[in-house]
Design a protein around this ligand. Structure first.
Ligand code: 2BA
Length: 109
């Protein structure tokens, strides 16, 4: 058995949930926050048989799109500087960031 941790954009999370249900893949959704953009994203925890990992990865890859987001980065963090303004910088996010981990044991009580 493996544990998939898939960090996806919020915009893709409902569709991915539906695909998991349709394909009988059990998952838990966590509301998470990206450390860099500090914006919401969604992390799916999926416990799955080893021989179905590639099926789950294909679903994730199919559903999750790469998008460009803008990050507003201050030119100066010094509040004493008069010309304090921000410049939006494009950042490519996603499709999905996925970790596949071994599972030592699995219990449902
Ligand atoms: P964030 O940390 O908010 O990062 C959003 C996007 O910003 C990243 O997209 C990447 O394009 C860019 N980025 C992140 N850190 C950067 C840095 N130090 N310098 C320049 N650009 C940077 P993705 O790579 O697609 O990541 C999307 C989200 O997946 C991340 O949101 C984070 O929540 C998660 N993530 C990505 N890599 C991870 C890792 N190695 N460990 C844990 N979580 C990760």
């Amino acid at each position: 058995m493996k544990l998939i941790l898939a960090i996806v954009q919020d915009k893709d999370s409902n569709r991915l949930s539906e695909e998991f249900i349709e394909n009988n893949i059990r998952a838990t959704k966590l509301s998470t926050t990206g450390g860099f953009l500090k914006e919401g994203n969604t992390t799916f925890i999926v416990g799955i048989e080893s021989d179905r990992v590639s099926e789950a990865l294909t679903l994730i890859e199919t559903v999750c799109q790469a998008r460009e987001q803008y990050m507003t980065s201050p030119i100066s963090l010094d509040p004493t500087v008069d010309n304090y303004f921000s410049v939006p910088v494009p950042v490519q996010v996603g499709g999905a960031t996925v970790f596949v981990l071994p599972v030592e044991s699995f219990h449902q009580f």
